[in-house]
Each structure stands twice: as structure tokens, then as C-alpha cells.
Design a protein around this ligand. Structure first.
Ligand SMILES: [Cu+2]
Length: 203
């Protein structure tokens, strides 16, 4: 069910403005085992902006608290960052989404951005959006291996739970110990890549 929705959304995203490409709150049949909790149909959707690469090898903010149905929108600064979903137990590796019913792990692709000659902060003319589908923690990293961004701390979390050992700082420590390169996926998936709504907006 979800994979079909995401595929449909991804194809729409290729042709429509980003706002139109984001799916309406899901309203699947009551029989759907993956239906989004009903509160998402009554709460306004909030977009949380995250900046990749400010300052240096960081997501800002790197600790996001979001409601189910909210959108997290990634903006990309120089020089070439990305965002990939991981699982807590395997930082710097794309989350295994092969289990039946598992939502597609997200990958934004890379966003090469040149610094502005005048020293002002440049950012990509495109953003990457994901929808928060449930209240489970979501873990992510930058897959840029030139500089080993993931291992050097370019990681983040959505809805980490401080009453468990699975904190962002624990994820970052585990990422620092990952040998070799971090993993990427072969294509953009699990979200929507489209025009940046505020390319000059305060970044
Ligand atoms: Cu990066």
C-alpha cells in the first residue's frame, strides 16, 4: 500500500510543484493495515526545515520533533550533501526496507552547490521532503564519502526517545566507529525532491 502511494507520489513530483506533489493526508480504506492514525486528518501539517551543511558537517537542527503527518524539508548548502535514512543499529547504511509492509527508506540523492563568490550563504535550488509516517524514531545521515560526513557526525534524528539508550548522541558515537565508506541508494526514493520554496530565505 505505502510503496504504491510513494511510487505514485514520486511520479507526480516529477511534473508538479512541490506543494502539489506532497500527498494529501492518507485516507485509505479502513481495512488498510498501514493506514496513518486518524489524527493526521485533523491536525494541520507542519513543515520542519532542516539545513544540511551549516555549520560544516552538520544537519541543523539535527534533532527534530515532529507529529505524524508532518513534513521534514531538507535544504542543502555547499558543497555536496545528501540525506539517507538509516536504522539506529546500523548508522551510515541505508535502512533495510525489504520486509513486507516496511515503508521505503528515503534517499535524497546528492545536491552539489557552489559557494557564492560574495561570501553569502548559497543553497541548492532544490529541496528534499519526507513525510513522518508514524511516531517511531527516524535516523538519518549524509552519504558524502569525500570527508566521511556520516562518520564525522553528519547525522540526525526525528523523534528520538530520551527514555531509551537510543539517543542521537549514541547514534553519532556508533557512526564514528563505522569503517570504510557509508552507503548510498541507487536512486532518489522515499520522499519528494523539488523546487526550493525559499532559496534566499534566511539561510
Ligand atoms: Cu554531508
Amino acid at each position: 500500500m505505502f510503496s504504491q502511494l510513494l511510487l505514485l507520489s514520486a511520479s507526480l513530483a516529477a511534473t508538479l510543484p512541490l506543494a502539489a506533489a506532497a500527498p494529501a493526508p492518507a485516507n485509505p480504506s479502513p481495512a488498510s493495515p498501514n493506514r496513518i492514525p486518524s489524527r493526521t486528518t485533523t491536525s494541520p501539517r507542519i513543515t520542519h526545515s532542516v539545513v544540511a551543511g551549516r555549520p560544516g558537517l552538520r544537519f541543523d537542527p539535527e534533532n527534530i520533533v515532529a507529529e505524524v503527518g508532518d513534513i521534514v524539508e531538507f535544504h542543502f548548502l555547499p558543497r555536496n550533501h545528501s540525506v539517507v535514512e538509516a536504522s539506529f543499529d546500523a548508522p551510515c547504511v541505508p535502512r533495510d526496507d525489504s520486509a513486507p509492509g516496511s515503508p521505503t527508506a528515503f534517499f535524497s540523492g546528492f545536491f552539489p552547490v557552489s559557494p557564492n563568490p560574495d561570501g553569502s550563504v548559497a543553497q541548492s535550488p532544490e529541496v528534499f521532503q519526507i513525510e513522518v509516517r508514524d511516531d517511531k524514531p527516524i535516523w538519518f545521515y549524509c552519504a558524502q564519502n569525500n570527508g566521511r560526513h556520516c562518520q564525522n557526525g553528519m547525522v540526525g534524528a526525528i523523534n528520538q526517545r530520551f527514555d531509551t539508550p537510543n539517543t542521537l548522541e549514541a547514534f553519532r558515537r556508533a557512526a564514528a566507529a563505522v569503517p570504510g565508506d557509508s552507503g548510498v541508494l541507487p536512486q532518489v526514493q522515499g520522499g519528494w525532491r523539488g523546487p526550493n520554496p525559499n532559496p534566499n530565505g534566511g539561510f
